[in-house]
Design a protein around this ligand. Structure first.
Ligand SMILES: *[C@@H]1O[C@H](CO)[C@@H](O)[C@H](O)[C@H]1NC(C)=O
Length: 274
């Protein structure tokens, strides 16, 4: 510890202090569609999203965040969940919106879920990366986190980073209009469950099996720590162990990376891929 370390720790504690307030789905979220298909249980400690033949459902956070660390524990739909999509994402509003996405594409019993991630900035997306998970996400709750600072977005699963999206605006933003980093628009947190059997299952190959409905995804231990200023607490660089875990996931579990999809971008890959 050098003499500045205690100050740095205090600074981090203050900037992420909202983490200390325990969360409650009643006080933190509104049910926005699907009526009672979204259910808050256990005095606000749990949330269940349900999908039936008529509708899915969704919630959104009451608060908006401009930079935050968000954790959510999710237990995905067990059994045959093919055709369903469970989402958990941050988004601002308007045509030039920013967005940070986790989406979970269901599958037939025994086949792996696909965890889909994406980033939108200024209305521009096309930054998909997809992963299999190294565990069965339907057996128990697992923690899916987004650490969003002015410098980078880190997606993690149970503390293991799976994706780092860096702010490279100073380097690329002025020369290439295809690159932006989300840093000016506050976002709300959303979670939805819906039927997407027209695209989610290899282009509609597998249809949702409605005899298995209602489909239920469960959420708990939501935590949002706001950071009060844009350049605070940001530098959260990965330590060498986290860096190793990140490489392990990307080597063994990443199944799609837009930066490797040269067919999709015949005019050249997005600038940050180089
Ligand atoms: C389901 O599992 C199969 C077999 O492992 C895989 O090829 C497919 O991409 C998975 N995902 C979806 C959404 O169908």
């Amino acid at each position: 510890m050098d003499m500045y370390t205690p100050f740095l720790l205090l600074f981090l504690l203050l900037t992420f202090s909202a983490a200390l307030v325990s969360s409650n789905f009643y006080s933190d979220f509104d049910i926005t569609w699907g009526d009672d298909r979204a259910k808050i249980l256990d005095n606000g400690q749990q949330l269940q999203l349900t999908l039936d033949r008529t509708s899915g459902c969704g919630i959104q956070s009451k608060q908006e965040y401009l930079f935050a660390k968000i954790d959510m524990q999710i237990k995905l739909i067990p059994g045959n969940s093919a055709g369903t999509v469970t989402t958990y994402y941050l988004s601002s509003q308007g045509p030039k919106h920013d967005e940070i996405d986790f989406e979970f594409l269901g599958n037939l019993s025994g086949d792996p879920y696909i965890m889909h991630t994406n980033v939108f900035a200024q209305g521009l997306g096309n930054r998909e990366q997809q992963f299999y998970l190294w565990f069965d996400p339907t057996l128990d709750f697992h923690t899916y986190s987004v650490l969003w600072t002015s410098n980078q977005i880190i997606f993690s699963v149970d503390g293991t980073p799976v994706r780092v999206f860096k702010n490279r605006e100073t380097e690329l933003g002025n020369v290439d209009t295809n690159y932006h980093y989300p840093k000016n628009q506050a976002m709300r947190i959303y979670s939805t469950l819906w039927n997407a059997d027209d695209w989610a299952t290899r282009g509609g190959l597998v249809k949702t099996d409605w005899t298995k409905a209602p489909f239920v995804a469960s959420f708990r231990n939501f935590n949002a720590a706001t950071s009060s200023s844009s350049d605070s607490a940001a530098e959260e660089a990965l330590d060498s162990n986290q860096e190793q875990r990140l490489q392990w996931v990307r080597k063994n579990y990443m199944i799609y990376n837009y930066c490797a999809d040269t067919k999709r971008f015949p005019q050249g890959l997005p600038p940050e891929c180089k």
